[in-house]
Design a protein around this ligand. Structure first.
Ligand code: ATP
Ligand code: MG
Length: 380
């Protein structure tokens, strides 16, 4: 098995792999870049595994005049930058002890051990500079069948690192076969160990949830998280029910994890997932919008066309109602509208709180007119 020729790695990858292999070491791509190249999905970051010790990798890179950053040298990772692109090079490792969150690592002698510490068989695939696949755990058939399967015993692997529960659902959402359903052992192990999620940092949980919710269709994975008790551990009160209808309604538009999060409901998203201030602001507008009585045009006028569209989808999904007739035109109209009055128009007759109240009232009347009333009509 070989990676298709049009997917053969760029110049930077070739440089780093040959840097290692030309000096007698092993150098293999591993993880997401190999998995994604094999299925023709975009490759985000480049991970390289080697038997060379980190100090040796640094030495080789420096001798070749390459920029090298000791990003995680304690656990065996250095980053070699070629043409501005980072390449993470990690010495073969095995996990030796763990508290369920952070593994202590030791360097491994070979690729079998390195593969054995990885989470899923489809993530334990390696490839050389020519695109030839090295598959120590027989992960290729799983990838081809879109089966997300733990390396070794699912229960034991989860107890080593509870983040793997979330990674399981994330990888299923992105690379699993939705028709085939999920690996039964994995589901049972996720359910049995869901309490372990409480030990994870909220940054890590938030990072995983963002990536899971950004998948083309995360609804089956989120439903399974709810069924296994994992979802309520992360977001108390959340309910997956509105998600599948939302995915259906929003399908002509790009996935948006925060819009999907808003469909789940529940409490304290900001704390549970460490949302940024901007994210909280947008999230609150979406949640409040679902329950408000403002139509699409008013939402577009008050917020933006995008927010109005998101709220329209969310309402349809959560209230199980069809989208209102002509919603797209209404949003376009509202987004263009600009209120023709200013505070100065009502002064000096009104001031302070009275002025504010009167302006609001006139604005409401103007919105109700479909943004038609003119300045003169409003002042009359
Ligand atoms: P992507 O970057 O597209 O999300 P990836 O597979 O590259 O997917 P990373 O989180 O970048 O995922 O990790 C790189 C590789 O490291 C994985 O493919 C996997 O082999 C291993 N890995 C990462 N996190 C864990 C973990 N928590 N437990 C076991 N192995 C892991
Ligand atoms: Mg990666």
């Amino acid at each position: 098995m070989k990676i298709a020729d049009d997917w053969i790695w760029g110049e930077g990858v070739q440089t780093v792999l040959h840097l290692l292999t030309d000096s007698g070491h092993q150098g293999l791509l591993v993880g997401g870049c190999v998995r994604n190249a094999l299925i023709g999905a975009p490759v985000a970051d480049i991970d390289i595994a080697t038997d060379a010790l980190p100090e040796r990798v640094v030495e080789l890179a420096k001798a070749a005049g390459l920029k090298v950053v000791p990003t995680g040298i304690d656990h065996g990772t250095v980053t070699i930058v070629v043409n501005g692109e980072p390449h993470e090079v990690t010495t073969f490792r095995r996990d030796v002890s763990t508290d369920g969150r952070r593994a202590t690592v030791a360097f491994a002698t070979g690729i079998e051990e390195d593969a054995g510490r990885r989470d899923f068989t489809m993530n334990a695939l390696y490839a050389d500079a020519a695109g030839r696949i090295v598959d120590p755990l027989n992960g290729l058939p799983d990838l081809q069948a879109r089966r997300v399967r733990f390396v070794g015993d699912a229960d034991a692997r989860i107890r080593e690192d509870y983040l793997r529960i979330l990674r399981f659902f994330r990888f299923h959402a992105w690379y699993g076969d939705a028709e085939e359903g999920m690996d039964a052992d994995a589901i049972a192990a996720c359910a049995a160990n869901s309490a372990g999620i409480d030990t994870l940092s909220r940054e890590r949980v938030g990072h995983e949830m963002r990536r899971l919710l950004a998948a083309p269709d995360p609804a089956p994975a989120i439903a399974a998280m709810q069924a296994t008790g994992v979802l309520s551990r992360i977001l108390p009160g959340a309910d997956a029910r509105a998600l599948a209808p939302l995915i259906h309604l929003e399908s002509p538009y790009a996935p948006d994890w925060l819009r999907r999060l808003a469909a789940l409901g529940g409490q304290d998203h900001a704390g549970a997932l460490r949302l940024s201030r901007d994210e909280v602001r947008r999230f609150d507008i979406l949640r409040e919008g679902i329950g408000s009585t403002a139509g699409p045009a008013e939402l577009a006028y008050r917020h933006s066309a995008d927010l109005a569209r998101d709220i329209t989808f969310l309402r349809g999904a959560t209230l199980e109602t069809p989208l209102p007739q002509g919603w797209e035109d209404a949003i376009a109209l509202g987004a263009r509208a600009s209120f023709p009055l200013h505070a100065a128009d009502l002064m000096p007759g009104l001031s302070g709180a009275d002025l504010g109240a009167r302006l609001k009232e006139l604005e409401a009347r103007w919105i109700a007119s479909g943004f038609k009333l003119s300045r003169e009509q409003l002042l009359a």
